[in-house]
Structure formats: C-alpha cells, structure tokens
Write a protein that binds this ligand. Structure first.
Ligand code: ADP
Length: 415
C-alpha cells in the first residue's frame, strides 16, 4: 500500500508517502517514496519537496490556505518531473493518514474518518484550540482532493496515553469537574513515545510486556513518558501541551495562581497571560535570548551568558526531576530513551540530565554519547549498566503510516 501521511500545523503542512503493508512492517522494510514540507502557508510559502533517491527541491509560491498547499503537493506528486517511484496518479495512493493532536476521551485509538469522526474532532477543538483546527483543515482538504474512494484515518497524539490509570490522569480538583467537563491529563507526543517504545523492543529483543522504559521527547515541545508493560502509565504534558517539562517557549509546570496574580499586576487579559506562558516563557523566557537550544549552548560556550546557562540548567533539572518521579512510580525502568531535536542531537544536554543518577543505575559512556547525533540510533550507556540509555531518532510519520494500514486492513496492532 502507498499511504499519504499528512501533518498540518497552523501555517505548515508536512507529508510523506510511505510504501508499506503488514509484511513490510514486520520486516521493518517500509520505504519513504516522497516527503515534503510547506511553511508559511497564507503568504509566500516556502516549499521543500523530495522524492526517494533524489535531492530535495526548494520552491516558493503564494499559497492562500491548507487546501491550496495540499493541491500544490498533489500536483507535484503526480507530475512526471517529481520522479516518485510507483506514483503516476492519485489513484496510486491507497489511503491517507492524518495526525490529529487532541482526541479527548472519545478517541482512544486510531480510527477511520467519516462525517461523525470529523464532528468528534471538531468537538475536541475546545481542548486544543491551537492544534485541532489546523489538523481539521488538512482533513477537509484531503477528503475533497483525494475523492471519496480513498480511506482516511485519524491518528491522535493523545491516544497512546489513554492507558494511564486514574491516579495519573486526574487532577486533584473536585471529581465532578472531571465528570462534567472531562478536565484531566491527556498527554501528547503519543506517536513519538510509541515509536521509541517500539524501537526499544526491537533493539533489546523484548516483548511488549517486558517494555519498561522512560521516554523523553525533547524538541521545541518536550514531554516525558513512563511506559510500563508496553503501555503509557504517566506522562508530563496535561490537558494541554502547556504542562510538564520546561520547553522552548512554554513554561511547563507552574502554580496556577501565577495567572491571576499576573493579570492583576500587569493589568493583562487572560489571553495575554496565556500568550506569555505559551509563547514567551521556557528557554526563551529565562534566557531572554532565544528558544533555540543550539543557540543557547553556543552562548554558554562563547560568552558564558548567565541567563543562557540558567535556562539550560533549569531545562535539564526539570527533566531530571521527572525521570526521578517516573523511576519511583514504575519501581525502576530498564531503559531511558531520548528523541526530539534536542534529545537526538545534543550530547551536552543528555550528559547534564543524566549526571548524578548513578544511584539509580543510570550512567552514560562519554564517547558513545558524543557520537550520538544527526539521526543515529545508539546505545549510549556503558556495557553492563543496570539501566540502558538509548538515543532513538523519532519517526512519527512511520507510526502514522502503520496505523493507517492497521485501520484500513483491520489487522491487530502488533507494532
Ligand atoms: P519541534 O518540536 O518543533 O519538532 P525539534 O524536535 O526539531 O522541534 O527540536 C527543535 C529543538 O532542537 C531546538 O531547540 C533546536 O535548537 C534543538 N536542536 C537541534 N539540533 C541541535 C543540536 N545539535 N544541539 C542542541 N540542540 C539542537
């Protein structure tokens, strides 16, 4: 099967065409036939397109909305000059998989999209006003442009965490508020945590039941996940992606009283305060310089900027606290896995997070750690460590493609 995987953000569209089926999945032999990214939708868009075995092509075009962006991509994939193997026309696409950020409690697994599912995803907008509308734009456009014969599947960031017990997902507020409004922790980055757990199983030769790991997705958005017996039992993001670890521009855990206090002190509206917490906090807020970890590390190295160092120290300290909490919650873990732009590429940050955890059996081999960057999947703990530490470059698109196959062919989840 050729699966078109679509991931729409507020002004961006990412896609991949993955050649896959249950046999190829079993053998880990899927192929990415093409991929691309369109940024700045709504103005002069920047477009990067790449077919398998070809160099990337950069283009620019005025693209009004997500529909125009998708139409642009579909025109490219079906044109002879794109040279995508096995794709000559849209009928060569067998299914479309959509990333959807929030599935609330109603979508605890991936599902084939029909009008009722679309209405359900629309109902979740209240809980994810920044994300679900963009995902829906992709769904509306793809259902129209691919036509009604192609099956569409929704894969939710939240669904991997639907196995969390009540003790993890409830907030300690009146229980009726959970009953009436479904106010609870949902968790995000589910496809990335799932991918890390799956790769760990493969590398370490474990069964799902033997998979007891803590996964750390550290990118612009950051989250930790406690995976016990192969299932998510706790995660750091909450009802929305604002809770948990310190992130590029999000504050993570905070006393909610700060919100009211800030409104009072600054005469700000609620929207303005949330804009501060979502867009001007985290690494950016503390350093006053940037939300980009790479740049902060350069500042630390070259100018020893006090607040750049403080931001880095706070970031690492918070990851460490979650690691400690999850180790206690799970009665220990067999592995810690790093993914995301920071987790995959920064030996310095991994070292800072893991230093001082020897008591838990967590150690890092310095030379292996330094060698792990740029997309390499590696074990970075010394031989014989009680807890293995892995860098596992994430592949969310692969999970989206696999779930699409599983739902369309109605096969059980084996990966
Ligand atoms: P997103 O969550 O938007 O997908 P990414 O997973 O791409 O983001 O992560 C972006 C973050 O990764 C940025 O803070 C960036 O500076 C950081 N990053 C990327 N490469 C490196 C590197 N070599 N060293 C340190 N940080 C890096």
């Amino acid at each position: 099967m050729n699966v078109f995987v679509l991931n729409c953000g507020s002004s961006s569209l990412k896609f991949q065409i993955v050649h896959t089926d249950p046999d190829l999945i079993e053998r880990d032999e899927e192929r990415v036939l093409a991929k691309g990214l369109i940024e700045r939708i709504g103005s002069e868009a920047i477009i990067t397109l790449q077919a398998e075995n070809s160099p990337p092509v950069k283009q620019a075009a005025p693209l009004r909305d997500h529909r125009a962006a998708l139409a642009y991509v579909l025109k490219w994939i079906t044109s002879p000059e794109s040279q995508i193997p096995a794709i000559a026309s849209l009928s060569d696409i067998d299914a479309v998989g959509h990333r959807v950020v929030h599935g609330e409690e109603r979508f605890n697994q991936s599902i084939r999209i029909d009008n009722e599912v679309v209405a359900g995803i629309e109902d979740c907008i209240d809980l994810a006003p920044l994300h679900n509308p963009a995902n829906l734009k992709g769904i509306y456009a793809a259902r129209e442009l691919f036509g009604s014969n192609v099956p569409h599947v929704a894969i939710f960031d939240t669904s991997f965490h639907s196995t969390m017990p009540e003790t993890s997902y409830l907030y300690a507020i009146p229980y009726q508020l959970y009953r009436r409004f479904k106010i609870r922790k949902y968790g995000f980055h589910g496809t990335s945590h799932r991918y890390m757990a799956y790769r760990y199983r493969k590398i370490a030769g474990k069964t799902r039941e033997e998979t007891n790991v803590i996964t750390l997705h550290l990118g612009n958005g950051c989250s930790a996940c406690a995976i016990k017996g192969g299932w998510s039992v706790d995660t750091s993001m909450g009802m929305t992606p604002l809770e948990g670890l310190m992130m590029g521009t999000r504050c993570g855990d905070i006393d909610p009283t700060v919100i009211e206090y800030l409104m009072h002190k600054e005469g700000s509206s609620l929207d303005e305060v949330f804009s501060v917490l979502n867009k001007r906090s985290g690494l950016l807020g503390i350093s006053g310089l940037t939300n980009d970890m790479r740049d902060l590390l350069v500042e630390m190295e070259e100018t020893q900027d006090r607040r750049a160092i403080l931001a880095i120290d706070m970031f690492c300290s918070r990851v460490k606290k979650y690691l400690g909490a999850y180790l206690a919650e799970m009665n220990g873990a067999d592995a810690v896995c790093f993914a995301g732009g920071i987790g995959e590429n920064s030996p310095e940050i991994r070292q800072r997070i893991l230093t001082g955890l020897d008591w838990f059996g967590i150690r890092v081999d310095d030379s292996l750690n330094r060698a792990a960057h740029g997309g390499k999947e590696m074990l970075i703990s010394p031989a014989g460590s009680r807890v293995a530490v892995y860098v596992i470059p994430t592949n969310e698109e692969l999970i989206l493609a696999r779930d699409t196959v599983r739902v369309v062919l109605d096969v059980p989840r084996i990966w």
